[in-house]
Design a protein around this ligand. Structure first.
Ligand code: GCB
Length: 602
């Protein structure tokens, strides 16, 4: 169980948070000699590196862009003398894929996993009223004992090459904001909310709260509406508040309250933490996905954190453009394929009323460098019988815990995806995922649905893991990886045949297509169409939608992908994956207009 506080940094009368973004020092460490050489004390001959950002696409040589191994970041920071007697922490939104953090040469934290936050308590190591040196030793190697899965090979010249068993570039670095934070010794560590709506046959709502603190003083909680008016209050670390005439958080029509938890000592507020939250319920009712008890059909995309030059570095401007483009298509949902995104994405989605399927970085559990093709064609492998499996499972569950701890209070998050396209055909996979799902079921105070994205091998007949899912997510490429081009006429038949087999199982749960799409070059047109042209992408989508519209249990369509994105090099990728409905610079392909029209009416 996670004990560290992962609350997002805020500023108020009891807490201060200073952004440490900007230009840091940086250095590759191909021989992994930094620790022996004392680079944690001072990084010799560094170059400059923007934070947050991936380092890869700033460089002009392949050795630097494709670098695999250990690398270091460093910067100076000033800790105010007035902070004496408080807890002082440094918080990283993420470092890919693992990090050791030092302050003034002293190790203060380490973390495994490149897509979730962690903090270093630097209270002891910090020098108050002086400059301090903050250093990060990071590493971006991939293996089969960590997620995402892949391998690292050392070439004869000693250079390491990192190969992911997944279809996105292994962008690395400090991808998200870094904060220096001051908290009170006694402080709010965590809180969880869950809701009941329509109380007493009316519009009142119950807000159940749990607050975790690290001290003995009493806790008070309040809820304020968007006008700043207090609408409810409660006492204690565990309880329920009633909100009369609650304004619900609705899909694409969000309403946000501000939740505040305060630790008090008589009239004095020792610590106070506030965040925007939304009152809403999510549930699976038969074959429907419901928000506030009403069915919602999911319309939207699988995305990536990916943009020119920045790689996977978070940028508010890119997020803003993405939300504007998604709203223009009349979408209402996206999946954070294939890892939890920067927290700011969820804050944006809370405000814009988007639904999120939040995915843990469990991708690449099919041992192949082109498993996106193998998966599309239904090739089977065994993966979970390997010696590293217990370690992998531990890392996987730890990241599920961290993701749920981080994101559980966002109204936008309505489901947890615990995998993308692993092998799910062996008895080993069944055992593995039973443990992962069992662990996840204990973590969410809102009991959101659990799911995972199944590739073609996870079929009605061969797959062994779909029964673990509260609703079933399918990634399918009929008309692309199979039945593409001259065989396109068979695609619809085959997709229908698979859906008929699912229907025959009478599972009684909703199905969501979490991937379907066709690579499309924005430059290519042809009449009649051929693969890779914009006309083909539209025909592919029209065919798929015809099928979706004939099965009531299909309750969502998330096109692969929102935008073109960078991948590793290969004969199937033209400088990246081109299945975007938008280009990598976020301009629409013809398919965007088709979606906009369909989703306006759906
Ligand atoms: C998949 C993967 C996704 C790939 C996609 C593709 O099945 O889940 O990561 O990018 O197919 O385009 O091949």
């Amino acid at each position: 169980m996670l004990t560290e506080s992962v609350l997002y940094p805020i500023n108020n009368e009891t807490r201060q948070s200073l952004l440490l973004d900007g230009l840091w020092n940086f250095r590759f460490d191909p021989k992994d000699e930094g620790v022996i050489q004392g680079w944690n004390n001072r990084l010799p001959a560094p170059i400059s590196m923007p934070v947050p950002s991936s380092f890869a696409d700033f460089f002009t040589t392949k050795e630097e862009r494709d670098y695999g191994g250990t690398f270091w970041y460093e910067r100076e920071l000033f800790v105010p003398r007035e902070w004496e007697g408080s807890r002082i922490k440094v918080r990283f939104g993420s470092v890919t894929h693992r990090a050791v953090v030092y302050l003034n040469g002293v190790e203060v934290a380490s973390h495994e996993g490149g897509f979730l936050p962690f903090t270093a308590d630097v209270t002891e190591a910090a020098r108050l009223g002086e400059k301090n040196i903050l250093t990060v030793r990071a590493n971006n190697e991939l293996s089969e004992a960590a997620i995402p899965c892949g391998m690292t090979v050392t070439r004869p010249d000693g250079r390491k090459v990192v190969k992911g068993y997944f279809d996105f570039f292994n962008y690395s670095g400090i991808h998200r904001s870094v904060w220096l934070m001051r908290e009170q010794e006694e402080s709010v560590q965590d809180y969880s909310l869950s809701y009941e709506i329509g109380l007493n046959g009316g519009t009142d709502a119950a807000v159940h709260f749990q607050v975790r603190t690290n001290g003995p003083h009493p806790v008070r909680v309040t809820l304020h509406d968007e006008e700043g008016k207090e609408v409810a209050r409660g006492e204690g670390t565990d309880g329920v508040m009633t909100v009369p005439n609650a304004r619900l958080w609705q899909v694409r029509n969000a309403y946000l309250y501000t939740f505040t938890a305060e630790i008090t000592d008589g009239g004095r507020v020792i610590d106070s933490y506030s965040e925007q939250v939304g009152i809403r319920t999510v549930s699976i009712e038969g074959e429907k996905i419901c928000v506030n008890g009403k069915p919602v059909y999911l319309k939207g995309f699988g995305k990536h954190e990916d943009f020119e030059v920045l790689g996977k570095g978070f940028h508010w401007g890119v997020a803003k453009r993405d939300f504007e483009c998604m709203k223009w298509t009349n979408a209402n949902c996206f999946r954070t394929s294939h890892y939890p995104y920067a927290e700011e994405w969820y804050q944006f989605a809370d405000r814009e009323g988007f639904l999120i399927i939040d995915e843990v970085p469990a991708v690449g559990m099919l041992p192949s460098l082109m498993n996106f093709v193998d998966a599309g064609q239904g090739k089977t492998y065994s993966f979970f019988d390997r010696p590293d499996m217990p370690k992998l499972k531990q890392v996987h569950i730890a990241q599920v815990e961290e993701m749920i701890a981080r994101d559980k209070n966002h109204p936008s998050v309505f489901a947890w995806s615990l995998f993308n396209e692993p092998e799910t055909t062996s008895e080993f996979s069944k055992e593995y995922f039973t443990d992962v799902f069992d662990a996840a079921r204990k973590l969410d105070p809102q009991n959101r649905p659990l799911t995972g994205a199944l590739e073609k091998g996870g079929s009605p007949d061969g797959g062994r893991c779909h029964s673990l899912c509260d609703f079933i997510c399918l990634n399918r490429y009929y008309g692309w990886y199979i039945n593409g081009g001259v065989d396109f006429d068979d695609a619809e038949k085959e997709l229908r045949a698979e859906m008929d087999r699912w229907a025959a199982l009478k599972l009684g749960v909703p199905f969501v297509f979490t991937e379907f799409g066709a690579d499309t070059l924005a430059s290519e047109h042809k009449l009649p169409s051929v693969m890779w042209t914009q006309e083909y992408q539209n025909e592919y989508l029209e065919m798929t939608f015809r099928v979706f519209d004939s099965y009531d249990f299909i309750q969502g369509e998330l096109v692969w992908n929102f935008a073109d994105f960078q991948t590793a090099e290969g004969i199937l990728r033209v400088n990246g994956n081109k299945k975007g409905v938008f280009t990598r610079t976020r301009q629409p392909k013809d398919a965007a207009f088709l979606l906009r029209k369909r989703w306006a009416e759906k």
